[in-house]
Design a protein around this ligand. Sequence first.
Ligand code: CMP
Length: 140
Amino acid sequence: MATERTLSILKPDATRRNLTGKINTLLEGAGLRIVAQKRIQLSRAQAEGFYAVHRERPFFNDLVTFMISGPVVVQVLEGENAVQKNRDVMGATNPANAAEGTIRKTFAESIEANSAHGSDSLENAAIEIAYFFSGIEIVG
Ligand code: CMP
């Protein structure tokens, strides 16, 4: 297994409920290192750009509106097999289907307000990390 980096977003439902520390504890407990992190307020254009692959989906507008409803914490996570490891720690997209102990099972409010986003592939991780971070902001 190789050391990888993946993009994580703690969503507005998590920042609103002051859960960033509790979620970070789960990430770090799984062996992921937070090698970059910042709290930002996305603009509509920035959220639409990030989720451009979902533009044709019926939930796109609601998703964008939710993602700009409050601050998010964007992070770069590093570790062995980090892309899959983060997805395992997050659990299924729909919290109703997420395993016990996962971020979404523990904290998510709904499939939309599901507390965390994680890149779905190494290729997309590189694209998503570059969307939010420059190289000098990532300190491994
Ligand atoms: P995320 O990993 O951020 O990627 C796209 C997001 O769309 C997803 O998490 C969900 O929060 C949101 N979403 C809302 N409705 C749906 C749906 N029906 N299927 C998949 N994702 C959805």
